[in-house]
Design a protein around this ligand. Structure first.
Ligand code: EPU
Length: 334
């Protein structure tokens, strides 16, 4: 294990924010973990850095997960259980699965970040959430210096949420995830845009590969590539409001999109609310709101995390004033 001091985190976060970590180390092997545990510094865990906004220099130790490897844990006639190390790039796992015709994560193609981040925020897109394929998550529990394995149920998955973002925040270093993928996939193209894209691609017979490529086409047409424009995907969660509140809004805005959640609650796309508050395409200096998806805040160059934070606060205020809805940030803020 190599301990470095004053390391710029710019290459380690997709927003491309340039702040330094007081101390920095990488985990290339699970045996590094007990050594790191003995260090006195406060520890923070960094995976792909795709869901994080860095607002100041990071004191203590940043631990970067570089654990790699995909192995088949078991299989039967219908399923295969893949044990994947947390430092693997998420999209590489999707490519691995679609090339083998394994179903379950094809709708989650091109989501930036690592395998370790997938249970953390229960990544989701185009009608699928990763929780539906996760069998278990193994992590190093700093306090007790042990590896623990949590079943799907133990992970307390919710919309962009899990126990790793709440009770176990900063306490667990995810080392591997077991995904149960299907050898006889059930395709999910219920999300309108996917169905349309599959059609316009001229696909005759559905396959996990065709769906993944459709999703990749949609994402690249709407979402900025973090390699070119710094961003962390959706900056806010889609809010849930009461039906009563929704009906009231409908009297003023007829075209408001919504998804029913329960008998009394509906979910509203935050992107629509932000667009209607006039922020879509906003740009000032190096910060902005993406012109094709208002849910994504962007760094056009050398933005500071605090500037993006301030912009997000102004957006929160506008949406609250106009719709009486409190948006919640989806990204982790350091
Ligand atoms: N919309 C607007 N203006 C915008 C953006 C969206 O009016 O600027 C409207 C669209 O017209 C559509 C609705 O909002 O009616 C939904 O838009 P979209 O399909 O783009 O999805 P979303 O709800 O904005 C969520 C996820 C995305 C995921 C997409 C597709 C959250 C916070 N975001 O966005 O996830 O890719 O659905 O499933 O749930 C991410 O988490 O980083 C992410 C990109």
């Amino acid at each position: 294990m190599q301990l470095k001091q004053n390391v710029s985190l710019k290459p380690y976060n997709t927003f491309g924010i340039d702040v330094s970590a007081e101390y920095f180390t990488e985990v290339n092997d699970i045996f590094d973990l007990s050594e790191i545990t003995e260090l006195p510094q406060q520890k923070r865990i960094l995976g792909g850095g795709s869901n994080i906004l860095l607002t100041h220099q990071v004191s203590g130790l940043v631990v970067h997960n570089k654990l790699k490897g995909i192995t088949i844990e078991k299989e039967d006639d219908n399923h295969i259980w893949l044990n994947v190390q947390a430092g693997e790039v998420w999209h590489d796992l999707v490519l691995y699965a679609i090339n083998k015709g394994l179903g379950g994560i094809e709708n989650l193609a091109l989501i930036p970040g690592t395998v370790g981040a997938s249970p953390m925020q229960n990544i989701g897109a185009y009608g699928v959430e990763v929780k539906d394929t996760i069998e278990s998550v193994t992590f190093w529990y700093w306090k007790e210096k042990v590896f623990l394995t949590y079943s799907n149920r133990d992970c307390a998955f919710g919309y962009r949420d899990s126990i790793f973002k709440t009770q176990l925040k900063e306490k667990a270093f995810i080392t591997s995830v077991v995904y149960k993928l299907s050898k006889k996939p059930k395709y999910n193209i219920s999300y309108g845009a996917v169905e349309q894209e599959v059609e316009s691609m001229g696909v005759k017979e559905l396959s996990v590969k065709a769906i993944a490529y459709a999703v990749m086409n949609i994402r690249t047409s709407k979402l900025p590539d973090p390699k070119k424009i710094g961003n962390a995907g959706s900056f806010f969660k889609n809010p849930t409001i009461t039906k009563k509140h929704f009906k009231l809004l409908c009297t003023r805005y007829q075209s408001i999109p919504s998804y029913p959640i329960s008998e009394d609650m509906v979910k509203i796309p935050a992107g629509w609310l932000i667009e209607r508050s006039g922020w879509k395409g906003y740009k000032k200096g190096d910060i902005g709101v993406h012109a094709k998806q208002a849910l994504v805040l962007v760094n056009y160059g050398n933005a500071k995390g605090t500037e993006i934070w301030k912009l997000s606060s102004e957006i929160l205020k506008s949406v609250k004033e106009q719709f009486n809805i409190e948006l919640e940030r989806e990204v982790q803020v350091w």
